[in-house]
Design a protein around this ligand. Structure first.
Ligand SMILES: Cc1cc2nc3c(=O)[nH]c(=O)nc-3n(C[C@H](O)[C@H](O)[C@H](O)COP(=O)(O)OP(=O)(O)OC[C@H]3O[C@@H](n4cnc5c(N)ncnc54)[C@H](O)[C@@H]3O)c2cc1C
Length: 406
């Protein structure tokens, strides 16, 4: 059986479902294919290991999607301050939302709950049709439409197909879109912990000779810790029993964290930078991790994906107003032009940070402390960096600035 849609999105994760909601609210008929539904929420559930620092610009986008109120009703932790310092040097930068006239810098939200909130928003929209648990099997692209064959035997025909199916995108592969990619020589070890004292409204990043460490505050007395180290060191730490692992965290992390009382989860993530060689082909376009992945040092991955959503939605709405074909290559390339440079800039910025803060000898330690001290002591530079962290600086799509959908 063939179903018809304006737009077919492969991947109902955070990026795919945000796009579906925004486009349906703008009047497009959208189908979404997702292979794994998110687990429903219960307040007594343990906190998820995967969390994201959601910027103010992303909050605006999620609000336009009708999902931000659901996020706040589930679980989210606001943060007002951010501190970045060099444990082996003198650099210490402290950001505060009041310096840019904002109540917060952002919120920490569990990825699953962010996805769930978007699914709740989508459930209230007649024009979002969900195929789940179903995956994409094959694609047939013609000059006037794209047909996708799904694992449940159904076929969906649409004017445009969006690949929002994550870093290992099947859509990207089926469309023969190449990648520029490399693995970082570090992995992210992530642990959810319960601390003696409640966490405050601050996230921090500390650079140590053993690799960068970060803390993201979670509700009550919980925090998410991230420790970037070599794959061998990460594997040795994960092989420790819980008591020894906890003792190791207490020894390695700074006193700012407070006493760690319990470990609630741990795991590791391999870090790879990827950039699709093109985002757009006739009738097909990529968004989110399917188009780009980034070093998570500054927690910008899904925020870049949400800005792709805002830019793509604006592009498609404008094309409809001008009576243009939403699957035409020149329309989709105008979305790519809006996003490629911004995504590349952030990827490159994270690479500079990664290399600057790697354990090193020579003049690098001096250079990195000097860079942090400069950011702390030059107010216009600090305000610019704070605004960039909140997604308020750069080529920000109108929807992400709080503008209307059309
Ligand atoms: C350690 C770590 C920490 C991070 N911290 C942050 C942070 O603080 N802030 C931040 O902004 N980002 C962070 N990120 C990045 C962030 O997690 C990703 O950018 C984000 O998950 C990308 O969302 P997405 O929707 O594009 O892809 P995904 O989350 O991968 O979603 C893709 C969806 O597509 C579905 N799918 C895949 N293939 C198919 C198919 N063939 N058919 C149907 N469905 C399919 C999947 O089931 C999934 O639901 C971090 C990443 C790491 C590794």
């Amino acid at each position: 059986m063939t179903q018809h849609a304006d737009i077919l999105i492969i991947g109902g994760g955070m990026v795919g479902m945000a796009l579906a909601c925004v486009l349906a609210k703008a009047g497009f008929e959208v189908h979404v294919v997702e292979e794994k539904p998110p687990t429903p929420f219960a307040p007594e559930q343990a906190l998820d290991l995967r969390v994201s620092a959601v910027s103010l610009a992303s909050e605006n986008l999620l609000d336009a999607a009708g999902a931000w109120m659901h996020v706040l009703n589930l679980r989210a932790t606001p943060f007002r301050r951010m501190r970045v310092w060099d444990a082996a040097g003198f650099g210490d930068t402290r950001f505060d939302s009041r310096e840019i006239g904002e109540p917060f810098l952002g919120h920490i939200v569990e990825n699953r709950l962010l996805q769930l909130a978007l699914w709740q928003a989508a459930a209230g929209l007649d024009d979002v049709h969900l195929h789940c648990p179903v995956h994409l099997e094959s694609l047939d692209i013609s000059s006037s439409h794209v047909r996708a064959r799904l694992s449940d035997g159904q076929t969906v025909q649409a004017r445009l197909l969006v690949g929002a199916d994550g870093a290992r995108s099947r859509v990207r592969e089926l469309a023969n879109i190449g990648l520029t990619s490399w693995d970082y020589d570090v992995e992210a070890l992530v642990a959810t912990v319960k601390t003696h004292a409640p966490q405050q409204d601050i996230t921090w990043q500390r650079f140590t000779p053993a690799g960068p460490q970060a803390l993201l505050p979670l509700p009550g007395q919980h925090a998410s810790l991230v420790w970037y180290q070599s794959p061998d060191e990460t594997a040795s730490l994960l092989a420790l029993d819980e008591v020894t692992f906890l003792a190791e965290l207490c020894r390695a992390f700074p006193s700012e964290l407070g006493k760690i009382e319990a470990l609630q989860g741990r795991g590791s993530f391999k870090l790879t930078r990827r950039h699709a060689q093109v985002y757009a082909k006739p009738r097909l376009v990529l968004a989110g991790d399917a188009a780009h992945t980034i070093h998570p040092l500054a927690g910008q991955g899904v925020n870049l994906g949400f800005m792709d959503v805002a830019a793509l939605a604006e592009t498609l709405i404008a094309a409809r107003v001008r009576n243009q074909d939403i699957g035409a290559l020149h329309v989709l390339q105008s979305y790519e032009r809006k996003r490629r440079g911004e995504n590349l800039l952030m990827q490159t910025g994270m690479d500079v940070f990664h290399h600057l803060f790697k354990p090193s000898r020579g003049s690098l330690p001096l250079l990195r402390s000097a860079a942090l001290a400069l950011a702390q002591n030059v107010p216009p530079l600090k305000r610019m960096l704070t605004r960039r962290a909140t997604g308020r600086e750069g080529d920000v799509p109108r929807i992400a600035r709080g503008g209307r959908l059309s």
